[in-house]
Design a protein around this ligand. Structure first.
Ligand SMILES: C[S@@+](CC[C@H](N)C(=O)[O-])C[C@H]1O[C@@H](n2cnc3c(N)ncnc32)[C@H](O)[C@@H]1O
Length: 284
């Protein structure tokens, strides 16, 4: 496990700010651009045109291969629930959940019909109702290794015998490439942009934030195993997102389009999407 620090640049006075790790539902909601209802809830087509992006399509493909309509499914950390609503629309039996029920829930019901959305903090307790499958996308990077143990234990307790867990690991793996890129390159890039910005009277503030943790694949597999899970499938995808964080690389790709292939090749070492299916084979 390695601490994941994010560096963001904002027009300002060339100052440095430190932000705390997100902790409350409101922090997460703000970071996700809000969970309010809006003009995109006018109908299903408008909703998906706005929200069903490349990442959601990759997740949807993985979910469709690994779910079936006879299962009872619990989604943890649902947020706005774009993938969940896609599946609900296709008649999968999904209960959504998050730390709180978001404001957009009623608007979602207006266009997708009735479904359940409950409050659930998976670090606090397991679910009283047991499910055939639990899906968790873009959550566990928030958790330390100790919290991951609690997470897997509570997920296991919330599943029926032979139940499955579909898990997205929430970002790139902790390896040499991600260490160099996140902990050296992106930090130095932010300082350089701030330096030249000040020189050319275009000042930036650097905001540093504890974003969570990067975990090795093997660390996650090991904690899952200790909690009675068997790994069934594992897929990696999306070699672009990590490089989109870099202002200089994004600019290079814009100015010299073919250079993208070099970065997408490098990106194979730090895929942003890591998705696994686990099966519960034992109670621990
Ligand atoms: C990065 S968002 C992902 C939302 C959604 N899965 C997606 O990919 O669009 C993380 C979500 O996890 C929720 N969350 C944070 N800690 C949690 C916990 N301990 N148990 C359940 N949900 C949690 C937050 O409220 C937030 O909505």
């Amino acid at each position: 496990m390695r601490l994941w620090t994010k560096y963001t640049l904002k027009k300002g006075l060339s100052k440095k700010f430190q932000q705390k790790k997100h902790a409350t539902f409101e922090d997460f909601e703000k970071a996700m651009g809000g969970y309010e209802s809006n003009e995109y809830y006018s109908n299903i087509r408008v909703f998906f045109d706005r929200y069903f992006d490349e990442r959601k399509k990759i997740w949807d493909n993985f979910l469709n291969k690994n779910l079936n309509k006879n299962q009872t499914i619990l989604s943890l950390a649902t947020g706005r629930g774009i993938n969940e609503l896609k599946l609900i629309n296709e008649k999968f039996n999904i209960t959504c959940s998050d730390l709180k029920v978001p404001e957009c829930f009623n608007a979602s019901k207006n266009i997708f019909g009735d479904f359940k959305y409950i409050e659930k903090n998976i670090l606090q307790s397991s679910s009283e109702v047991k499910y055939d499958c639990i899906m968790v996308f873009s959550l566990i990077h928030i958790f330390s290794s100790e919290e991951l143990k609690v997470f897997f234990n509570n997920v296991s307790d919330s599943l029926n015998e032979k139940g499955s867990l579909l898990l997205d690991f929430g970002g790139a793996e902790d390896n040499l490439y991600s260490f160099f890129y996140h902990d050296f390159y992106l930090k130095i890039e932010a300082v350089l942009i701030q330096f030249f910005g000040k020189l050319f009277k275009n000042p930036y503030d650097i905001i540093t934030r504890h974003h969570g943790y990067r975990h090795k694949n093997n660390e996650i597999f090991e904690i899952a195993k200790l909690n009675g899970f068997k790994l069934v499938t594992f897929e990696q995808n999306d070699h672009k997102t990590e490089f989109e964080r870099s202002k200089i690389i994004s600019l290079l790709i814009k100015k010299i389009p073919f250079i993208r292939y070099f970065f997408y090749f490098l990106g194979k070492k730090l895929p942003f999407l890591r998705m696994a299916k686990f099966e519960k084979i034992a109670n621990v």
